[in-house]
Design a binder for this molecule. Structure first.
Ligand code: SF4
Length: 699
């Protein structure tokens, strides 16, 4: 801690990682070093996963960046620099590039781990201080398909439209493409309680994951066939009289076109497409349709596809047709991934959105936000490039010449990652703000060392829409600044007259004003209320409003109050196996690591538990290829090639391989993945492509 900081005391806060945002207490020892203690917060109820328990190691990591770094010549080394030199250089280069190529030539790439305050400030910085349209964030890789489908159906997008505790009380749950038993273990207490009450759980996943192993029924789909499965389930529901005609008539629109598509998805045809036996399709439809209450929850499995929005819509169609939405203990929801995947997209760091979920293309919305920012609405840029397109535009000859990256390790987390790295190397200027020298920071011309998690205040919005307070436990190390301080300093150097407060609570007060009247209305939420009420659910339009734990009970957020069916026709994946690349590849996470691994790979206990990437392969498939447990195998797709060790497991389909995506440097799953984009959400096809696997030749 800094010399002038008070002696450390226990601090109630939340985990630095995923969207569950588990409550925890940081407890100092006599030397002021913190350890994590359980805290009885209403979401995780004292539960933490391995990542949460070991999170305090981040605060003492010897790999921490503590001084800005500058690369004087392309290809040369990074050298230590002072803050003034680094910030002066960045501002001068931004000004120069803007003057030569226009404001949109400077891009900004944010992250779903940023606090609400920082996400808000970053959106304002891009639009007002830089004047660029081109800001997007890595949440595009996470929540964008669910967000688009949720908005299309219900008029508003919130991860879960109900508190996570409701999961324990519903009678039937279908989870498609999510593995919370490994990615969010404390959430499983609600699933376990649900089954203990006699509830039924259906899991859709190409792998018999830890969650699927706890299910009543596991539908082991061929990757990329989620939409067809959902249509098949709806077919059976209609055929067997399981739908709710009164609900459909009274509270929805557009069912007829969906019914026609479902009619084409008879179960034996869906069995051929998905690989799920017909009897299981029928059983699943009956479990959901005959339950008094049911939820349909999607995860990255169906969402991270080039038809991700339509996949989610197909599952929403099912929930609506069964009358399982807009009623207590019912509904569709998405199990968000990143810590602030929800809040990160509400406050304006997304290419098409302004704070409060306002649309940047809507003149009224522009005027509302411009009034808070004290700028002319006409000066605000229009919608910019989405994440993948923004990175594509950094290619030689592309429209983006400089990129500023915060809280994101795009070289590991982006599809077709080798090309991304190559593009970033060729930029006129790459600025990266991070805690550690991530794979992306290592390519930068300027690296800015910034504060983390327990070194600054801020709010996060968890997967159920509960706004939470992350509290500062200690000062950042000497030489480190907060992202807000960096943005404030850069805005001043760029000659921007607008106010950029580096104080989190002041920033939150402005965010509240900017969100007032928007869909994600935070106007009535304050730091004091968050503390007193264990978080507040948005929308919360004024100080006397109790917040909104449950959405849609009195009507959906559409102009006519009805939920909208979407007539979506399932399509094949962008790339399917053939003679050259005969297997499906799917990617995902493991318990001991988080996202691109920038943080968790530097926590000794987690690094020891999961030191490197691997490929899961069925023993029968491995035998046919002459591969044994622990062999080095080379995986190759049309985008790239990596060598990783095998893990043999009968839990995966014979035709499918699984690689976790937490590593870079020759083991990056995203060196293999496909950059085909969903036409609506611009989500890349992370979850499905064609791959070849052979024993790796000895060097
Ligand atoms: Fe942290 Fe998520 Fe684990 Fe909870 S489940 S301790 S929020 S990583």
């Amino acid at each position: 801690a800094a010399l002038n900081d008070p002696a450390p005391v226990p601090v109630d806060t939340h985990c630095p990682y995923c969207a569950l945002q588990c409550g925890m207490t940081l407890v100092p020892d006599a030397e002021g070093r913190f350890s994590v203690a359980a805290r009885d917060f209403p979401t995780n109820k004292g539960g933490l996963c391995r990542k949460g328990w070991t999170a305090a190691a981040l605060l003492v990591s010897p790999e921490r960046l503590t001084t800005p770094l500058i690369r004087d010549t392309k290809g040369g080394p990074l050298r230590a620099a002072g803050w003034d030199e680094a910030l002066d250089l960045v501002a001068a280069r931004f000004r120069d590039i803007r003057a030569r190529h226009g404001a949109d030539a400077v891009g900004v790439f944010g992250g779903g781990g940023l606090t609400n305050e920082k996400a808000y400030l970053l959106g304002k910085f891009a639009r007002v201080a830089l004047g660029t349209a081109n800001i997007d964030y890595n949440g595009r890789y996470c929540m964008s398909s669910a967000a688009a489908a949720g908005s299309r159906a219900f008029g508003i997008d919130r991860g879960l439209p109900f508190p996570m505790a409701d999961i324990a009380e519903t009678d039937a749950i279908l989870v498609a493409g999510s593995n919370p038993a490994e990615t969010m273990p404390p959430l499983m207490q609600y699933f376990d309680a649900q089954r203990a009450r006699g509830g039924r759980l259906i899991v859709v996943d190409p792998r018999r994951s830890a969650t699927a192993q706890r299910a009543t029924l596991h539908l082991q789909t061929t990757p990329g066939t989620d939409g067809a499965l959902a249509a098949g389930l709806l077919h059976v529901a209609i055929r067997d009289g399981l739908t709710d005609p009164d609900f459909i008539a009274a509270r929805t629109s557009g069912f007829e076109a969906v019914r026609r598509i479902a009619a084409q998805h008879w179960p034996d045809r869906v069995e051929r497409i998905t690989g799920v036996p017909e009897r299981q399709i029928v059983e699943a439809a009956h479990i959901l349709g005959e339950a008094a209450t049911a939820m349909v929850l999607t995860g990255r499995g169906p969402e991270q596809q080039s038809q991700g929005v339509d996949n989610v819509s197909a599952f929403i169609n099912l929930a609506l047709a069964l009358g399982k939405a807009g009623r207590p203990l019912c509904g569709w929801g998405t199990l968000t991934g990143q810590g602030n995947g929800q809040g990160g997209r509400e406050h304006g760091q997304k290419a098409d959105q302004l704070p409060g979920y306002r649309k940047i293309a809507d003149p009224r919305h522009r005027a509302e936000v411009a009034a808070v920012w004290g700028v002319d609405p006409a000066s605000l840029p229009g919608p910019g490039l989405s994440a993948t397109e923004l990175l594509d535009a950094t290619a030689p000859g592309g429209a983006v010449k400089a990129l500023m990256v915060l809280a994101s390790n795009v070289v590991v987390s982006s599809p077709a990652a080798a090309r991304v790295a190559e593009n970033l190397r060729g930029l006129e200027l790459l600025v990266v703000s991070d805690l550690f020298l991530s794979e992306t920071a290592a390519l930068a011309d300027v690296v800015l060392p910034t504060a983390q998690w327990a070194e600054e205040d801020g709010t996060m919005t968890n997967l159920e829409g509960r706004v939470l307070r992350r509290a500062r436990a200690q000062a950042p190390p000497p030489g480190v600044r907060t992202d807000a301080e960096v943005l404030q300093a850069l805005a001043r150097r760029l000659g921007c007259a607008a106010d950029f407060s580096a104080d989190a609570e002041t920033g939150f007060a402005e965010l509240r004003r900017a969100s007032r009247g928007g869909l994600a209305d935070y106007a009535g939420i304050s730091y004091a209320r968050i503390a007193a009420e264990d978080g507040v659910f948005w929308p919360c339009p004024d100080d006397d409003h109790p917040g909104t734990p449950r959405l849609f009970l009195d009507g959906f957020a559409t102009p006519d109050g009805r939920a909208r069916f979407a007539a979506v026709q399932p399509r094949p994946a962008a790339e399917v196996p053939d003679d050259d690349f005969p297997y499906w590849l799917t990617t995902g996470r493991v318990m001991g690591q988080y996202q691109s691994g920038t943080q968790t790979r530097r926590v000794p206990e987690l690094a020891a538990a999961e030191p490197s990437a691997f490929v899961e392969i069925h023993p029968q498939t491995a035998r046919g290829l002459g591969l044994a447990e622990g062999d080095m195998a080379r995986l190759t797709t049309r985008r790239g090639s990596i060598a990783v060790r095998t893990r043999l497991t009968p839990a995966i389909r014979l035709d499918t391989l699984f690689v976790p995506f937490h590593w870079g440097d020759g083991q990056s799953a995203n060196a293999l993945t496909h950059a085909a984009l969903d036409p609506i959400s611009r989500m890349p096809e992370f979850k499905v492509c064609a791959v070849r696997i052979v024993r790796d030749a000895p060097p």
